[in-house]
Design a protein around this ligand. Structure first.
Ligand code: MN
Length: 263
């Protein structure tokens, strides 16, 4: 089997529906929830998505419709590049325009923690949890994405989705040792989550603070946040396609994330 014939077979299966393309992307709109940082810390704020019409087949442009758009790099379904975090600042090729393109097309391992996240919004995935998953489904291979399925994206109410209480956010995330394990012992490209950011809601209080950002980007790994439709993916065997916009020295960008899945 040559590479050429594999591509031809792939194209044929895409055309006949033997392989389906699953959209893991939220619709980007003004209501799209964005990460809220504790206001008392005085940290900067990310712009929500906004759109302003330039013309709509009218006197501003008789034959064309288009808009100006504005948002933070980390808005909606989006990509986190290693340069996003202070720990990742010294890597080479660590920004949206310089990351190796091979990072954008890679196998996905989908770990189901739906029951755990439903029982405890502060659930932190442990190394043992992943090892138990690997016992059933096989070891996570180097150069792949690990996707953290919680069904959190099914919360259509933004308040429930962000789940911010007086003491901060409460959404599932990672034990710091789990992030080290995935980065160092499994050598993943990165991790993707259904929540607003790759870290738990309680991440400002973890050690290190925001462990997924700190340790993943410190290891030159990437992130994907605000994914949806992970319930349409098999535990193994899907191929993820997630190229960020090629923003010069960008820390991330809204991204159309797709998965190829055998039908
Ligand atoms: Mn981000």
């Amino acid at each position: 089997m040559t590479s050429q014939s594999v591509l031809q077979d792939l194209a044929g299966l895409l055309a006949t529906g033997g392989i389906k393309v699953v959209d893991l992307t939220r619709t980007l709109e003004p209501d799209t929830p964005i990460l809220q940082l504790p206001p008392e810390m005085g940290w900067g704020e990310s712009w929500p998505f906004s759109m302003e019409e330039i013309s709509h087949y009218d006197d501003r442009g008789p034959a064309w419709y288009w808009n100006n758009i504005k948002c933070g790099e980390h808005t909606g379904t989006h990509f986190d590049a290693p340069i996003h975090w202070v720990t990742g600042q010294d890597h080479e090729n660590h920004a949206t325009d310089t990351l190796p393109t091979g990072n954008f097309v890679a196998p996905a391992f989908v770990i189901d923690a739906v029951a755990e996240a439903a029982a405890n919004p502060d659930f932190l995935m442990t190394v043992d949890f992943i090892k138990a998953w690997e016992e059933k489904h096989g070891q996570i291979t180097p150069g792949s994405w690990v996707l953290y399925r919680t069904d959190w994206s099914k919360k259509t109410d933004n308040d429930e989705y962000l789940n911010i209480k007086e003491d901060g956010g409460h959404t599932p995330g990672w034990d710091p040792d789990t992030v080290r394990f995935l980065a160092e012992e499994r050598n993943v490209i990165g991790v993707g989550v259904e929540t607003v950011g790759t870290d738990a809601g309680i991440a400002p209080t973890q050690d290190p603070m925001f462990p997924c950002h700190n340790l993943m980007h410190g290891a030159n790994k990437c992130g994907l946040a605000s994914l949806c439709n992970l319930d349409q993916l098999p535990p193994t065997g899907a191929l993820l396609i997630a190229p960020p916009l090629k923003i010069k020295n960008g820390s991330g960008s809204p991204t159309r994330v797709l998965a190829l899945v055998a039908n």
